[in-house]
Design a protein around this ligand. Sequence first.
Ligand code: NAI
Length: 284
Amino acid sequence: MGIQRVTVIGAGQMGSGIAQVAAQAGYRVQLHDLTEEQVEKGLAVISRNLSRQVEKGRFQQLEKEAILSRLDGATDLRKAAGEADIVVEAVVENMAVKADLFRQLDDVCPAHTILASNTSSLPITEIAAVTKRPEQVIGMHFMNPVPVMKLVEVIRGLATSDEVTQTVEALAKEMGKTPVEVNDFPGFVSNRILMPMINEAVYALYEGVAEKEAIDEVMKLGMNHPMGPLTLADFIGLDTCLSIMEILHEGFGDPKYRPCPLLRKYVKAGWLGRKTGRGFYVYE
Ligand code: NAI
């Protein structure tokens, strides 16, 4: 199936990145969020990122303008998604919000539209079940920051068709990414392995095993990780980390996935990481 029009729902850190790489790959892109302000913020982030690429000599100014001309913003869902060949959803990691959105998308999108979710951990099969097109619902899990990271974890729900999987993998390649196909289990592969490690790092801090800098340094220098786990948690967003741990905990019913109380405390305090200026570390 040929994809020409891509709609991205949610203009936050992931949605704006996905919209950017789709427009860079030559697709017509609609970026949707709940308010004009959020949409404008997402478009401004893309414009700034592209300007940085121009400064580094990776793009010409004309190319930047061409990419931006393929991008539109809309707060009206019907306007944003009414002509989409594929919708990539990147709103908050909350099942009720995503289910409600997919119900609406199923209504406003043409019959052929593929509905993809960038969820980090929510079951694709359950999201698909609220629609009348479960075979066209799939996980398209980009990594953060989207313009830089190569991986797209492609998650097949129970009903996802082969044709839809192939189309999404081809789209990921067109966007310059490498798709890796996995099945639908809590946390998929990426967060089943990454998030318990981050949670364990928070426990190590909570139990006073070491200072935050020391924990990060051990993992950077000792395990060759480009970023320590607490720095990475701040980067991902502590609310997102907590949601993923809760989904693993509930999905497997295993206490080994119990979210660290310190992670909960930070989220309650509104210390969500980089995006709020403070998480385990303080950001200017
Ligand atoms: P974010 O908080 O930066 O952005 C979420 C955006 O969605 C906000 O702009 C919000 O206004 C908008 N939104 C909320 N409800 C909406 C609705 N009903 N309709 C339209 N827009 C709505 O969150 P972020 O980090 O971009 O995460 C988005 C999704 O991507 C989540 O499912 C998350 O699990 C996933 N993800 C996050 C990664 C990360 O490192 N932060 C990595 C990979 C996936």
